[in-house]
Design a protein around this ligand. Structure first.
Ligand SMILES: *Cc1c(COP(=O)(O)O)cnc(C)c1O
Length: 428
């Protein structure tokens, strides 16, 4: 992070973070729509391949547009370095796979995004990486008991999608650090405007930028930010990928060459991005940056609308249960006051009396459309039982905490009274 940006407020970083044009250069982040970059000599280029010089050579690994936008997100999170990925899924995968190898184990909160759950439980299992899921509300003793000899990381979601549980970041960070491993936090829902997990002990933060950061439903993307604080060398035997020579780069040891602040992101870029190629398109990075410029203004409105809808629902006898951690009656209200005193997000989950009541309610909505999406400018809704969780029986749905009558409503940026009127008429 450039020192002159470090002490700016979050609002100013949203607008001006990352890219700083020089004399006569474009004011807006330029889209570098080029797969490749030119060099004068083979020797110049060779230095890039040996990681002896920094620079661009192929957009599968790195592109200047992406790096300018990643730098803004890293500044917003208070991290030392960042990178963009093609999706939030790629960010989740890379953040864990940059540390864990076949034969390793990691711990994850059980209350996470469904796509991440499947990635960890099914796909990464096939790669020989084992996960243990823990209840986010578990005691410190229960959390400590989940660690094994080969545990390499802990993962959680600040506000979980769609369960809206709130992670006790300090509890998870303390347990991870006591066992010499980093805490990775998916901070998609609150965004760094409302919560900065690194300030509470998280070591790596990831995002689905597809959601509030883009905020307009325009571009799928992800981001990874490193705090630059986890000391890989202090636990060198656990993280050979970072602390021993890498054959594919003439024996570079990432933690030695790039230090605390650069090792994680440099390794992720030069090995995982090189080999697996999940880069964000520079066009999408440009659109993401337009979203980031207004993130602080938009989050405030999303929270106001979420809170107003949650209060309306909580007072309606047809609603069996409302989950919104900003509500005083919510189980996570106290954690919310600690980690996100200005509110979290605009997503509200609530339960109507069974599947038919939920479908009937959604059919009657006029402003809120039915979409497999959350966290953009337009209010939208989803019934998990008939869509994302369709394969589960009503009993399984109940056990998974997504009863058949559950509706997830993502409050957008429309006028509060219009959203409230829409919800009210659909309930009547
Ligand atoms: C959507 C989402 C993801 C996955 O992101 P994609 O950009 O859809 O790949 C991960 N985490 C959370 C919390 C999400 O909401």
């Amino acid at each position: 992070m450039s020192d002159q940006n470090k002490n700016l407020s979050t609002e100013t970083k949203c607008v001006q973070g990352g890219y700083r044009p020089g004399n006569g250069e474009p004011r807006q982040v330029p889209i570098i729509q080029s797969t490749t970059f030119k060099y004068d000599t083979c020797e110049d280029m060779g230095k890039l391949f040996d990681l002896e010089a920094a620079g661009y050579f192929y957009t599968r690994l790195q592109n200047p547009t992406n790096d300018n936008v990643a730098a803004k997100i890293a500044e917003l999170e208070g991290g030392s370095a960042g990178m963009l990925t093609s999706s939030g899924q790629a960010a989740s995968f890379f953040s864990v796979f940059n540390i864990c190898e076949c034969g390793d184990h990691f711990i994850s909160s059980a209350s996470i995004y469904g796509g991440t759950f499947n990635l960890f439980a099914v796909t990464m299992k096939k790669m020989g990486i084992e996960v243990t899921f823990v209840d986010p509300d578990c005691t410190e003793e229960e959390l400590n008991a989940a660690f094994k000899e080969n545990t390499k990381a802990v993962f959680g979601e600040t506000i979980a999608n769609p369960a809206l549980t709130v992670l006790d970041i300090e509890k998870f960070a303390n347990a991870a650090h006591a066992h010499g491993v980093p805490l990775i936090v998916d901070n998609t829902f609150p965004t760094p405007v409302n919560c900065r997990p690194i300030e509470w002990g998280a070591d790596i933060v990831i995002h689905s930028t597809t959601k509030y950061m883009d905020g307009h439903g325009a571009a799928v993307g992800g981001a990874i930010v490193d705090s630059g604080r986890f000391d890989w060398m202090a636990h060198a035997d656990k993280f050979p990928g970072l602390t021993t020579p890498d054959d594919s780069y003439h024996g570079v040891t990432f933690a030695e060459r790039f230090g605390l602040e650069g090792a994680f992101i440099t390794k992720c870029t030069t090995t995982l991005m090189r080999d697996l190629g999940s880069i964000q398109a520079p066009q999408n990075a440009y659109l993401l940056n337009l979203g980031l410029e207004s993130l602080h203004v938009r989050m405030k409105r999303h929270v106001e609308n979420g809170m107003a809808v949650a209060e309306l629902l909580a007072g309606n006898p047809k609603v069996k249960k409302v989950s919104y951690p900003g509500l005083k009656s919510d189980k996570y209200y106290d954690l919310m006051q600690k980690y996100m005193p200005n509110g979290g997000c605009g997503v509200v989950s609530f339960e109507l009396d069974g599947r038919d009541a939920a479908l009937d309610f959604m059919k009657k909505l006029k402003l809120a459309f039915i979409e497999t999406h959350v966290a953009d400018a337009r209010t939208c809704c989803l019934n998990p039982a008939t869509t994302t969780h369709r394969q589960l029986s009503d009993e399984q749905l109940e056990a998974a905490g997504v009863p058949a009558g559950l509706v997830r409503l993502s409050c957008g940026l429309e006028a509060t009274q219009d959203i409230l009127a829409d919800v009210e008429q659909a309930l009547s």
